[in-house]
Structure formats: structure tokens, C-alpha cells
Design a binder for this molecule. Structure first.
Ligand SMILES: Cc1ncc(COP(=O)(O)O)c(C=O)c1O
Length: 526
């Protein structure tokens, strides 16, 4: 390959953002089968295959075509002329032509996603004292991540604050840790407002971002002096009538076709959230007429976004919009809220967001659209949840049964009622088998719970070491939108939450539910 073609190829591979060091090998099943070992000369293939395999271990024709686009025409031509020269490409050519998806095990190195040492130290005591399943959170890890966010945005002289999205991990002990780090609370409901209130968060330390909101929640938010973030133009009059227009008001902007959204949050045009481009200016004018004097602007268009550039583009979009609204209406913005949605690397091969890169991009946009346009001082606000606590929470569960049917199953004492993301979105959560970190991953299991639902699975077709009843499985990155999404279907009771505290002690911060929690709401019953 010529050097400029090689450079292009390497750029395309790098854009996949797959760290090849995290992958040991790839096992391709079926007639087309074979193993790609992560050896010299195979790194690009490893990256390409890993990026197109689904979380349940399949490559389909569409994925194969995407993979072939990365390989580029040159290599495809070469392999056509000299069959056998690039077997991985030939395999992809075959999959691209085939109607059936091909099973493909991505064998990941455990060392690229180890359970943090603090959790490893806390686990023996936790397992001795508390029955599984339980969640365990790493306090020091949460504090360090909070510190990294504050540091990254320290350049925002008018002020930066992350309002922790309480919905991500609504345990008051966790929210309190973040209060101690100077974070506010982003609340979406009355109970979340009450958590913030009881923790002593006051006034503009709370943002209330809700949708389809009942009047009593606006009344409570107004009483607390929280920043109210309106989701719809019809709520302007509704808020005014029921709670009174506050002095400070914010609107959630939905850019519709101007942004793409992503798989979890969807196309903004289909989203139920926010005020449209055509409505936004009128919304501020109406709020102003009803007495609002200070203003914020907010959006939330993506979830779990790892692409730094996309996060910067969201800021650019909001800064430009603020400048335009200022130009047309004379409104000065107190703050711009870039939303949550900063992603975390659920997979060992993914890289953590480069916060410095995000921060630098936002800084230069801030200079261009806010400072140089004389709009400053404008504070910057985020409402990240997942990025703050996600990597620091683990669901710990024991194996009850191992069974072999048409495939092999590992049945846990946790189920999707404890962690719903894999069943809800097909999300990948890495699983470590405690004490077997260095064993070969020579089995492929579906890791299931005990619900009467066949999608009650934490992982499908997951390469793991041989597992036996009693083994402890640690499900990673469960610290956000994990416990919080729990439910009681099939009479499954919610489990306990533990804190591996900074001093090294393990504390229970929420007990497990008992039968009375489940049956206690029923009327006229023995
Ligand atoms: C309005 C709003 N803000 C913030 C968040 C937090 O998102 P994340 O935890 O992905 O940062 C959410 C998540 O659903 C949200 O709906």
C-alpha cells in the first residue's frame, strides 16, 4: 500500500476508537470460521471486527459492509486478485454477501478493565456481612471523577457547576458525597427534589428538569427556589398559573434536524423533549412578559456519548443560539447548561472521554461566541450523572446454577430487576468472575437472572472462564442508571446498596427490601 493510502487506512481505523490492546483474540464461528489472534499485523483487523460485532456477538451483512469500508478498496482489490492474502477481508466479503449473521466471540483481556483495588479490598467484608446481590460504590473513585470535572472547567471564570443528575443514582448518601464536592442536584421529580432539600441543597443549587410535569412539582421547585427548566411552551402559562413565574427561568432546547442524537436518546425530531428552534425565542419573550428577569438555556441531545467533538458541537450550538437570542431580544443569559450525556467506556476496548479535549473545545467556542460577542459573564453548567458515578458502582451477584440447554447458561441471584440496561438497550456491561481473572475465557455463556422473561440476561454469548455455582460475578459500570431503574416484577425485591467508604470501611447505605416492602401497600388483605 502506498504511504498516503496507508495513512488514510490508519485514520479510518483510529476513528473506530477501539484500543486493540484490550482484545486477546476473535473467534469467528461457522463455515467461514477461524481465529484472529491479536498478533503483529493483525491489530487493524482486530479493531475493525471488534467495532462491528454486536454486544451479543454477531456480525451481520451490514456490519461487514461497514468493516469493508474501513479496509478500503485497495485491500479489497488485492484480496480479490490474490485469494488468501488477507483472510479477514475475505471472511468479511463472505459475511457481507450472506443473509445470515455470523457468530463471533470477542475475547477481551481482563487486565484492561480490572475491578478497582478499593472495591477488591472491600469485597471480602461486604460478602461476609451482606447477602448477594448488592450494589457497591467506590466513594474515592466518585470524588476523584467529580474533581476531574471541576478541574477541567475551572477556566470558566463566571463559574462552572455540575448538577448531578439524581436519577442516575438516587441514593442520598451518594448525592451528599457530591454535594460535598460542590456539585448541585439535577432533579426530575418530587422525590428527587425532596432528596435535594433534605440534604440541605438550596435555591440555585438545584435544577428542576422534568417533562409532562404535574403542578405540585412546580410548586415545590418554586418553593425551594430551584432553577426551573421548562420542557415545553405550554408549560410557561401552566407554571405561572400554578406556582408563579420565577425570576430565573430556563428552557430545554430541542434542535430537531440540526443534531443527530444517538441510539439511546434517539433522533431529536422524534423526542418528546424540549422547545423547538421555531419556538425558543418566543418562549423567552413570553416568560419575560410574565416577569422572568434572568435566563438559562439547556439541551440534552445525546446519552453516553464518548465522542469529544460531538460534545463540543453541542456547546457550539447552544452558544450560537444564545448569541442569536441575545441579538434579537436583548436577553442576557445567566448560564448555559450543556446537559448530561457524557459517556463512559463500558467496554474494555473503549477509551474514557478526554475531558481536557472537551474542555479545550468548549473554551475556544466560549471565547468566540460568548466572550468576543460581549455576552459574558455566562456560567457553564452540566448535569452529568453517568460519567460521575457510573464507573464507580458494581453489581455483585453469586452464581446459583450453571445449565446446559442448546447453549450454556449461568443463572445469577441478581436479575434484570436489579440492572435493566442490558435487557432494555442490549447494553454491554463487563463481567468479571472473582478469582478467575487470569483463567482462559474458554466458555461462552448467557448470564441470566431468574425472571420469567427470556430477555432477563446480563450478557448473551459472553466469553468467560468456566463458572460454577457459588462463584461471585462482578458486573461493572453499574453506578448510574443501575439500581435506579430497578423494579419488582415477579416479586423480585430490590437489593442493598453498599458504600466502600474513602476510609476503607464498608457501609450499607440502603438496606435490601423485605417482603413487607412488597406487600405493605396492599389494602384489605390478611
Ligand atoms: C435532562 C437530563 N439531564 C441529565 C441526565 C443525565 O444523563 P447522564 O447520566 O447520561 O449524564 C438525563 C438522563 O436521563 C436527563 O434526562
Amino acid at each position: 500500500m502506498k504511504s498516503d493510502e496507508m495513512r488514510l487506512f490508519q485514520e479510518r481505523v483510529a476513528a473506530l476508537r477501539v484500543n486493540p490492546a484490550a482484545i486477546e483474540s476473535i473467534r469467528i464461528h461457522g463455515t467461514n470460521g477461524g481465529v484472529i489472534q491479536n498478533a503483529k499485523g493483525k491489530k487493524a483487523s482486530i479493531q475493525i471486527y471488534t467495532s462491528i460485532a454486536s454486544n451479543d456477538g454477531y456480525i451481520n451483512a451490514e456490519g461487514a459492509k461497514k468493516g469493508l469500508e474501513v479496509y478500503g478498496n485497495l485491500l479489497r482489490e488485492e484480496t480479490k486478485k490474490s485469494p488468501g492474502m488477507h483472510p479477514e477481508i475475505e471472511k468479511l466479503e463472505n459475511i457481507a454477501r450472506s443473509k445470515q449473521a455470523v457468530r463471533c466471540d470477542i475475547i477481551r483481556h481482563e487486565s484492561c478493565k480490572p475491578v478497582p483495588e478499593r472495591i477488591m479490598k472491600a469485597l471480602p467484608e461486604a460478602l461476609r456481612k451482606y447477602p448477594t446481590p448488592f450494589y457497591i460504590y467506590d466513594e474515592q473513585g466518585i470524588r476523584e471523577t467529580a474533581g476531574a470535572y471541576k478541574k477541567a472547567f475551572a477556566w470558566v471564570k463566571p463559574g462552572y457547576r455540575n448538577y448531578f443528575a439524581v436519577k442516575a443514582c438516587p441514593n442520598p448518601h451518594i448525592v451528599n458525597i457530591l454535594k460535598g464536592e460542590g456539585f448541585g442536584a439535577d432533579c426530575s421529580s418530587l422525590p428527587e427534589l425532596v432528596i435535594a432539600e433534605k440534604l440541605g441543597l438550596r435555591g440555585e443549587e438545584i435544577i428542576f428538569t422534568s417533562n409532562d410535569t404535574p403542578a405540585e412539582e412546580y410548586v415545590k421547585a418554586k418553593k425551594l427556589g430551584a432553577i426551573i427548566n421548562l420542557d415545553d411552551t405550554s408549560h410557561i402559562g401552566y407554571l405561572d398559573k400554578n406556582a408563579g413565574m420565577p425570576e430565573l427561568i430556563c428552557f430545554r432546547y430541542n434542535p430537531g434536524p440540526l443534531r443527530k442524537g444517538n441510539d439511546i436518546i434517539g433522533d431529536p425530531r422524534e423526542a418528546k423533549y424540549g422547545v423547538t428552534t421555531g419556538q425558543i425565542q418566543g418562549a423567552y419573550i413570553k416568560a419575560m412578559e410574565l416577569g422572568a428577569e434572568r435566563f438559562g438555556l439547556h439541551t440534552m441531545v445525546v446519552s453516553n456519548m464518548l465522542d469529544e467533538q460531538y460534545l463540543v458541537e453541542t456547546a457550539v450550538m447552544l452558544f450560537k443560539l444564545a448569541a442569536m437570542i441575545n441579538h434579537d431580544t436583548g436577553i442576557n443569559f445567566d448560564f448555559i447548561n450543556l446537559g448530561g450525556g457524557f459517556g463512559i467506556p463500558y467496554k474494555p476496548e473503549q477509551a474514557v472521554i478526554d475531558l481536557d479535549k472537551v474542555s479545550a473545545g468548549i473554551r475556544s467556542a466560549y471565547k468566540k461566541y460568548i466572550r468576543d460577542m460581549d455576552l459574558s459573564p455566562v456560567r457553564i453548567v452540566t448535569e452529568c450523572g453517568r460519567a460521575i458515578t457510573g464507573p464507580h458502582g458494581f453489581l455483585v451477584s453469586k452464581v446459583r446454577h450453571v445449565s446446559r440447554k442448546y447453549k450454556e447458561f449461568v443463572g445469577l441471584d441478581a436479575c434484570m430487576a436489579n440492572l435493566m440496561r442490558p435487557a432494555l438497550y442490549g447494553a454491554y456491561h463487563h463481567i468479571t468472575v472473582l478469582g478467575k481473572e487470569n483463567k482462559p475465557k474458554d466458555h461462552v455463556y448467557d448470564v441470566t437472572g431468574s425472571l420469567c422473561e427470556n430477555n432477563d440476561k446480563f450478557a448473551v454469548n459472553r466469553p468467560l472462564p468456566a463458572v460454577v455455582p457459588g462463584d461471585v460475578l462482578i458486573i461493572h459500570d453499574a453506578g448510574a442508571h443501575g439500581y435506579a431503574m430497578g423494579f419488582q416484577y415477579n416479586g423480585k425485591l430490590r437489593c442493598a446498596e453498599l458504600l466502600a467508604a474513602s476510609g476503607g470501611k464498608v457501609r450499607q447505605i440502603r438496606r435490601a427490601e423485605v417482603m413487607d416492602d412488597y406487600l405493605g401497600t396492599i389494602e384489605n388483605w390478611p
